[in-house]
Design a protein around this ligand. Structure first.
Ligand code: SF4
Length: 432
């Protein structure tokens, strides 16, 4: 009988993409997915360590798998950023874990499972990209183009667990684009921790991120309609990049640009390498070049020493940004980063209060941004059925808005809808 695997993924889009690639390899090696963790012969946890809450959840799951191992044989593998950060300490605290595999070695999991005695040479290798990150049957796909980060924002563990930036061979990216097109994928998202610092040398020439985008858009594809990218760094958002986004029809006019803080002093303490004024100027430049553009952002409150005034500056910038999506969180000290050692840590009560005010503030912006769209006609990619009505479908627009509408159009097709209203946070539409 074929061995069954159970794969759990935590954290960011990159981890999801890498798990997709790992599943392709596991299936290629003859393993099959288990219906649940109980029937698996191999359990793999692809972990995150950006926040303590992620660590805690994973420790809970490790306890669960440890209990299973007391009753029957199970190969337990922990990989990803938490594995990279803790390495041998993880083995010490959870001796029932069979293999702790760092971020550079994920590709070798299949080798371990294929080898008769599960041997594993633990020497660290350079990060390598997989051939494909496609998940069978999906119409949207991630395409990692770079890994790692050189920025060392003072609160972030990523450069320590993912290492320095490395860019994927442009020819492999183009090959994957065509592979996805052959699978009838409709939208691709180019991924990287600092995606717009893509830098690949070919025949002595440097290919930058705008050049890569231009090359991908020039490729003839039958199905791919939208090319997105995530996450760019504001400091690498050049005029050339704005020009490419403006000119290339395939590049979605919805941009995720992390703000983090609206205070220049806090941005400096975060080592973000831009000021509030530079961020505002970037958004103004993009808006005047691409009037239809919409924004998503990341924002953090409660960074050490953040005053009430500085927190209000963040709200002011958000009011200016009028983004339609935002990932909001409060500062969570991460051992191993510089921000842990900063003085004037903000107490939990203040951090929670600022975050909850921020969320209320931003919810009103979301509502007004969405209400302003009512009456517009737009194309949506049919993504799934709504939970409460089998005749209603959910579709995603170029601007990443979810729209509910009545239709029998198949998932994966495009439909034109007129926006008719707003129910909760979901736009309602009718097919035109
Ligand atoms: S840019 Fe900053 S926040 Fe983003 S991955 Fe790099 S260090 Fe972390």
């Amino acid at each position: 009988m074929k061995r069954k695997y159970w794969l759990e993924t935590y954290g960011c889009q990159m981890n999801i993409a890498e798990s997709n690639a790992l599943e392709l390899q596991l299936k290629g090696a003859g393993l099959t997915p288990a219906k649940n963790a109980e029937e698996a012969a191999v359990a793999i946890l692809n972990t995150c360590t950006v926040r303590k809450s992620a660590d805690n959840r994973i420790w809970g799951r490790l306890g669960y798998f440890g209990a299973i191992k007391k009753k029957r044989p199970l190969t337990l593998i922990v990989t990803g950023c938490m594995a990279e950060r803790l390495k041998d300490d993880l083995k010490g605290d959870a001796p029932y874990v069979d293999f702790v595999i760092g971020t550079n070695d994920k590709q070798r999991i299949v080798d371990i499972l294929a080898s008769p005695n599960g041997t594993y040479d633990e020497k660290e290798e350079k990060y390598t990209f997989s051939e494909s990150y496609y998940r069978e049957g999906e119409f949207s796909s991630y395409v990692p183009i770079m890994n790692g980060c050189n920025n060392f924002c003072s609160y972030c563990i990523v450069p320590y667990v993912r290492g320095r930036e490395i860019s994927r061979d442009i020819n492999d990216i183009i090959r994957e684009l065509h592979y996805l097109d052959a699978k009838e994928v409709k939208e691709v998202t180019l991924l990287g921790q600092n995606v717009n610092s893509y830098h690949y040398e070919e025949d002595g020439k440097v290919i930058t991120f705008p050049a890569l985008l231009r090359r991908l858009c020039a490729e003839e594809t039958k199905h791919i309609r939208w090319i997105r990218f995530d996450s760019p760094h504001p400091k690498n958002f050049t005029k050339e990049l704005i020009e490419v986004i403006k000119r290339e029809e395939k590049v979605a006019k919805h941009l995720h640009i992390p703000l983090q803080s609206g205070s220049s002093r806090i941005l400096k303490a975060m080592n973000r390498k831009y000021t509030k004024e530079q961020f505002i100027s970037l958004i103004t430049t993009i808006r005047s070049a691409i009037p239809s553009v919409t924004f998503a952002t990341d924002v953090m409150v409660g960074f050490p020493s953040e005053s009430e005034e500085e927190y209000h500056e963040t709200l002011e910038v958000l009011s200016f940004l009028q983004c339609s999506e935002a990932f909001m969180y409060y500062f969570n000290p991460r051992e191993g980063t510089k921000a842990v050692e900063l003085e004037d840590q903000i107490d939990e009560e203040t951090k929670s209060r600022r975050l909850s005010e921020l969320i209320d503030f931003q919810l009103e912006i979301f509502q007004s941004v969405r209400r302003a769209r009512i009456g517009d006609i737009l194309e949506v990619l049919v993504s799934q059925r709504t939970r409460d009505d089998v005749n209603r479908m959910l579709g995603k627009s170029e601007h990443n808005e979810m729209v509910a509408f009545t239709s029998d159009a198949p998932i994966g097709s495009f439909v034109t809808v007129r926006l008719t209203g707003l129910k909760g946070n979901t736009l309602q539409g009718e097919v035109v």
